[in-house]
Design a protein around this ligand. Structure first.
Ligand code: CA
Length: 223
């Protein structure tokens, strides 16, 4: 499995690269954002580890540019800043997870495993539908009626999970564990933030709402 590491600090690169290679991953390194972006667009990676503060183009810009090309590779953002704002910015740009520097190698590996496993798991094929909403798992194209809906990788996973569990009330914890697969701080509102993003795209312009809030319980997707 190939992993791209985009990071400008040589000591962090050395540490991450050595560790990943020991776990038998093949590692490409880019020391600036522009090079990282070119590699990400050229090659098929199982995961991209992306620093935020980089020369040429920062990690947030690189991440948005990758998603704009409709590339769904899992992206793990490395942030030294660690404030909620930066984390949310990274997630908004289409990152799947983040790790705050300094981090332990064990922590990095747990996330690498979760993200690469998830991308394997989501390689189902076929179509999922509910009402006039259709999710094509092969092409990753989402449509509602005649309208194509553009989702980020995380929004896509969230919608896929909702449809696979249609009619079932899903708690925030359930969504965190299954869509993010990681123990985010439970006090964080990441689930609500993403459900809102999804609603704006999937429900807002349509008469029939599909995603419903169940007060005190969570969310349910149903007609
Ligand atoms: Ca940096």
């Amino acid at each position: 499995m190939n992993i791209l590491v985009v990071e400008d600090e040589p000591n962090v690169v050395a540490f991450v690269k050595k560790g990943l290679q020991e776990q038998s991953y093949e590692v490409d390194v880019a020391y600036d954002g522009q090079t990282g972006l070119s590699l990400a667009l050229q090659k098929d990676y199982a995961l991209i580890v992306l620093d935020v503060i980089l020369p040429n183009k920062n990690g947030i810009e690189v991440c948005s540019a990758i998603r704009k090309q409709n590339i769904h590779v899992p992206i793990l953002m490395l942030t030294a800043l660690g404030t909620t704002d930066d984390v949310v910015k990274g997630l908004d740009a289409g990152a799947d997870d983040y790790l705050t520097k300094p981090f332990k190698f064990k922590e990095l590996m747990a996330r690498v495993r979760a993200l690469t496993r998830r991308s394997n798991l989501t390689q189902h094929s076929g179509k999922l539908t509910v009402a006039d909403l259709e999710v094509n798992l092969d092409t990753k194209v989402v449509t509602r009626g005649a309208k194509e809906i553009h989702l980020t990788a995380k929004e896509f996973s969230l919608l896929e999970y909702f449809i696979r569990n249609k009619g079932k009330v899903l708690s925030r914890l359930d969504l965190l564990e299954n869509v993010w697969e990681l123990n985010f701080d439970l006090s964080s509102n990441v689930v609500d933030v993403y459900v809102n993003y999804l609603r704006n795209k999937v429900d807002k312009d349509f008469e029939t709402k599909l995603i419903h809030t169940v007060i005190g319980m969570g969310y349910v997707l149903k007609v």
